[in-house]
Design a protein around this ligand. Structure first.
Ligand code: ADP
Ligand code: MG
Length: 171
């Protein structure tokens, strides 16, 4: 396989960085690339620095060999070949985000995004593997490696994770 780019995306806190750092596959982050290519703005009121994704997508040079994981909740918006989408049950995500230096509204906003599947709705144009972080990093990596080796098949999950259905399904 040569020059394969795989976005590792998902709501903040789902486990992207843990997944990438446990994997033996080469990894970069959207943030690191944005800094390297001067595509990052100043810190805004909410503590986040805006990234110029269009500029990054058009200026960045990608490796021509091997597989590269791109860690970041915006990575699926870059010109990538495939997407690994990590999901996390909203209740677990809320606990994880409470450990961070996030405002209550930022926690609520991210939990809501995960609940309704905002990022999964943005991952329709590339082969996408959806992984529930509940199975743990090692099992997630084994599943991802199999999927990559199989040429990103199946192209999409048969039934994507729907937290609302899982939480309210019996109502
Ligand atoms: P992200 O990079 O998506 O924001 P992190 O990898 O930083 O998320 O993980 C957020 C928190 O969740 C960390 O405390 C991490 O230890 C924990 N975590 C990540 N992945 C898992 C997992 N698969 N199972 C259990 N805990 C996890
Ligand atoms: Mg991270």
């Amino acid at each position: 396989m040569s020059g394969i780019r795989i976005a590792v995306t998902g709501t903040p806190g789902v486990g992207k960085t843990t997944f990438c750092s446990t994997s033996t596959i080469n990894t970069t982050t959207v943030e690191k690339m944005a800094k390297e290519y001067n595509c990052i703005g100043g810190i805004e009121d909410d503590g986040a620095a805006p990234i110029d994704l269009d500029k990054l997508a058009s200026t960045m040079e990608w490796p021509t060999e091997g597989v590269l994981l791109v860690d970041g909740h915006l990575s699926h918006l870059l010109p990538i070949d495939a997407i690994i989408l990590i999901r996390c049950h909203p209740t677990v995500l809320r606990e994880r985000l409470s450990e961070r230096d996030y405002s209550q509204s930022k926690i609520d906003e991210n939990v809501e995004c995960e609940l309704i599947g905002v990022i999964s709705a943005e991952c329709l144009d590339s082969p996408c593997l959806e992984l529930d972080s509940a199975i743990g990093p090692e099992a997630m990596i084994a599943s991802a490696e199999r999927w990559i080796t199989d040429g990103f098949k199946p192209r999409r999950p048969n039934e994507g994770i729907d937290w609302i259905d899982q939480i309210h399904g019996d109502d």
